[in-house]
Design a protein around this ligand. Structure first.
Ligand SMILES: [Ca+2]
Ligand SMILES: [Ca+2]
Length: 288
């Protein structure tokens, strides 16, 4: 890049100094003008417009992307239901006059699974910066044919391969009992701990507890998991986030109910975001 304004002000300075010294009319001047090879056809004057192409917020369907940091262009994930086949991506630019460009007028069609969506921000001076947000569209729900599964799912619990989720810290056997008997008053339940010992319905549920649902003389067994209680003691503590950290960073992988409990934000992956949620719960008392 060459400063194309230089000849004008450097010539002016040179003229002034010769003039002050009385040399303008008494000397013959020989000018040597360097000429560059391979110069572009056009020149561009420096822009006085802002080069700021940062976002201060990013939203998917009006909901702020959690953990958004304008300095970081990647690493954002948002999960949506299978029923959602488009989302709108919006955001706030740090400076007025910057624009956000997402294909098709901010509306994006979603495939099932991961959709990595580029969000281009154009600064007032036209410099571009691209953020990426990955929107995960869930798989189509499996049709539920089992009567027991229907009861638990309609009760607002999450059913996955005989694991039952959407259970939160401090939920008790009675919390589940109320939900399922609202679906069918003839249903009864029992809960056993991981050693097979029956628990009082007033005690807090821990990950790994077994639920038996009984209706009309028939029963079905499920394993329960509680978001944030990875080790199965019914609490969410440092021991739980250490297990998540180990899962992410080492080969000590979580499986079964423990892995499901570790997916605190319910996006089907055990990631640093889950670890952070538990940490915030411990430090700031946020709800899991
Ligand atoms: Ca725990
Ligand atoms: Ca997760």
């Amino acid at each position: 890049m060459t400063n194309i304004t230089a000849p004008a002000y450097e010539a002016s300075d040179t003229y002034d100094s010769y003039n002050v010294n009385g040399l303008i009319n008494s000397t013959a001047f020989t000018f040597v003008i360097p000429v560059y090879k391979n110069m572009p056809e056009r020149t561009v004057m420096p822009s006085s417009l802002s080069p700021n192409n940062y976002l201060s917020s990013l939203k998917v369907d009006g909901i702020s992307v959690s953990g958004f940091d304008g300095d970081k262009t990647e690493g954002y994930r948002v999960s949506v239901l299978n029923s959602k086949d488009t989302v709108s991506i919006t955001g706030t630019t740090v400076v007025g006059g910057a624009t956000i460009v997402v294909n098709n007028n901010q509306k994006v069609n979603l495939a099932v699974g991961e959709n990595k969506i580029p969000v281009k921000v154009i600064a007032p001076n036209k410099e571009e910066r691209i953020y990426y947000v990955t929107v995960v569209r869930e798989n189509a729900p499996v049709e539920i044919t089992d009567d027991f599964d229907k009861i638990v799912v309609n009760a607002g619990l999450k059913h996955n391969n005989n694991y039952i989720g959407n259970i939160h810290l401090n939920d008790t056997g009675n919390t589940i009992k109320t939900k399922v008997t609202n679906q069918n008053k003839n249903v009864s339940i029992t809960i056993k701990d991981t050693n097979g010992k029956e628990k009082s319905l007033t005690s807090v549920i821990a990950t790994g507890d077994k639920l038996t649902v009984t209706l009309d003389g028939k029963s079905k067994n499920y394993t329960l998991y509680v978001y944030g209680d990875v080790n199965g003691d019914g609490l969410s503590k440092a021991t739980d986030y250490v297990l998540i950290k180990n899962h992410i960073m080492t080969d000590k992988k979580l499986t079964g109910a423990n892995a499901l409990a570790a997916d605190v934000n319910n996006d089907n992956q055990v990631r640093a975001t889950d670890y952070v949620l538990i940490k915030n719960h411990i430090m700031k008392g946020t709800t899991l």
